[in-house]
Design a protein around this ligand. Structure first.
Ligand code: HEM
Length: 504
């Protein structure tokens, strides 16, 4: 008990102090005022991105749970065209990916870039326009999908008008981040910055090229999956990795294990990931060599993934006990471990013999959620738990609600992935057996689909808990705490000035 209390105090202090705490008091004061000015400059844009992201998280989750229910209750809401499966499924995908994950990622990038460049955010006003346009784009796009207007390509369902707004928003967002980077006051570029800057270059090219009206027939299918997989490669994965590379060492209070491994991971990632998309078209009417090249690149992804996994593991080793205390670390380490798992799974899934069973089954949906939820969303939750108290100048009021959020989402996603993987594999084996009638295969999957709905409902509960606490911290409401909210042991009460000024 005494040891655990001591530990929680130690972590509380670490959350207040920078690793350079031993430096001269003059230097420490300069650092302190720099951090305050950086946080002041990034406050409104970051909180705006985060708040709207949480809104889309709730909307997207409701679409997700409703979509899941329709697998087992197909007639439910079937006579309302806007709420039929073909519309709410893409509405779910687009609201969670372009609403939740992108906006939360944008907020994290704004704060992280200013902190890592050690300068206040530049051209911050651009973010007001960017965030507004981005939200209008997601709103208009979602309404259009529900009304039946859809480009007919997965991940690109939003009509061009909505997509155009998002593209403009992204360019404005990127302009401010690049300008902040240009006036940076650091010599050394930290790993997270490599991923952020690369994604700012790659994603607009990808999004604009994919939205051009140039592709027909099988070329359109190839382009669709070039975009679909690269949206993960050049936007969502860099966000997650930038977060993991920053928050793991930051909370633990030691540098990343190896910059050289970081370099190998980054360049191997840049080299191999963008070739991966064609593995979605195994057996499809495109040249076989194109698919084969893509499978080779997908298997080669083992190199960057191993580099990241080893780097993060060796940074965390001997510090795993901190997972008992720090909410940020627990979410981010969960996300980082999911990244390793989902990436190895992805390499395996690209192989032809594996796809003979798994392709066109629920197995793929389990894989998708392990990636965009287990990896990306969990890291974003962790990032928001870290960043928000620094910007709101208010601690998370209820550590127990953070714990409830963690366990509902961690257990929920575990159930989701396990049920979809087992149910999907059985489904694939049965579909390959021509003696089994199709309806028998459908009935076999039913219990697994109910399992998914249960897991998804737990995740939804977690999201509402999170949204409630997020609302409280924005309003600076709830019981006032003077030290970081940790999972264990109430943190020591400190003078209010410490919480206001010294939170780093
Ligand atoms: C932030 C949270 C979430 C994210 C980022 C997310 C993301 C996604 C993505 C990317 C897809 C497309 C998968 C593919 O085509 O391979 C998808 C589909 C789907 N998601 Fe989610 N999802 C989230 C939460 C949920 C929740 C809570 C549920 C509730 C059960 C859910 C249920 C579904 C369903 C039923 C589908 C369609 C599956 C199919 O067509 O077979 N999702 N989601």
């Amino acid at each position: 008990m005494a040891r655990s209390k001591h530990k929680s105090v130690e972590i509380a202090h670490r959350e207040f102090q920078s690793p350079e705490a031993g430096r001269s008091s003059e230097q420490a004061q300069r650092d302190e005022s720099l951090r305050i000015s950086i946080d002041d400059s990034a406050r409104t844009p970051t909180v705006f991105y985060f708040a709207t992201a949480v809104f889309w998280l709730l909307i997207g989750t409701l679409f997700g749970v409703a979509t899941a229910l329709k697998f087992t209750l197909p007639d439910w809401l079937g006579d309302i065209p806007a709420l039929t499966f073909g519309r709410i499924r893409p509405a779910h995908l687009n609201t969670v990916m372009y609403g939740w994950a992108s906006l939360a990622g944008a907020g994290m990038i704004v704060w992280l870039t200013a902190r890592l460049c050690r300068v206040p955010l530049q051209w911050g006003w651009l973010h007001y326009i960017a965030a507004l346009l981005w939200n209008i784009g997601v709103f208009v796009g979602t309404v259009a999908i529900l009304a039946g207007y859809n480009q007919g390509m997965e991940w690109l369902e939003f009509p061009k008008f909505a997509g155009g707004l998002i593209a403009i928003a992204f360019l404005l967002f990127a302009a401010s981040i690049v300008q902040t980077f240009r006036v940076r006051q650091v010599e050394h570029l930290y790993v997270s910055l490599w991923y952020i800057l690369a994604s700012l270059l790659w994603f607009p090219i990808l999004y604009v090229v994919a939205n051009l009206d140039l592709y027909q027939g099988v070329v359109q299918a190839a382009m669709n999956w070039w975009f679909g997989h690269n949206a993960l490669a050049v936007w969502f994965t860099p966000i997650g990795l930038a977060g993991a590379y920053y928050f793991i060492p930051k909370v633990i209070g030691r540098p990343i294990y190896s910059y050289y491994l970081g370099l190998i991971g980054f360049w191997a990632f840049a080299l191999f990931y963008n070739w991966n998309g064609m593995h979605h078209l195994v057996g499809g009417p495109i040249p076989t060599w194109l698919v084969t090249v893509s499978i080779v690149a997908s298997v080669m992804m083992v190199v960057p993934v191993m580099a990241v996994a080893v780097n993060h593991h060796l940074t965390t080793v001997n510090h795993f006990r901190m997972l008992k205390y720090s909410p940020t670390l627990r979410f981010v380490v969960f996300g980082s471990m999911s990244y390793t798992a989902v990436s190895f799974q992805g390499s395996l899934e690209s192989i032809r013999s594996f796809q003979e069973v798994a392709h066109f089954t629920h197995y793929t949906i389990g894989h998708a959620h392990l990636g965009v939820y287990g990896f990306l969303s969990m890291i974003l939750f962790g990032a928001m738990y870290y960043i928000m108290p620094r910007l709101a100048k208010w601690e998370w009021p209820y550590p127990k609600l953070i714990k409830a959020h963690f366990w509902t989402t961690a257990i929920g996603i575990a159930i989701y992935v396990v049920t979809m993987s087992i149910g999907g594999w059985i489904q694939g084996l049965q579909m390959n057996d021509p003696s089994i009638p199709f309806m028998d295969v459908v009935n076999t999957t039913k219990p697994w689909l109910w399992g998914r709905t249960f897991g998804g409902t737990l995740m939804m509960i977690g999201h509402f808990i999170f949204a409630y606490q997020f609302f409280l911290i924005i309003k600076r409401a709830g019981p006032r705490r003077f030290a970081p909210a940790l999972f264990r042991e109430p943190a020591p009460i400190e003078a209010p000035a410490a919480a206001e000024g010294k939170r780093r």
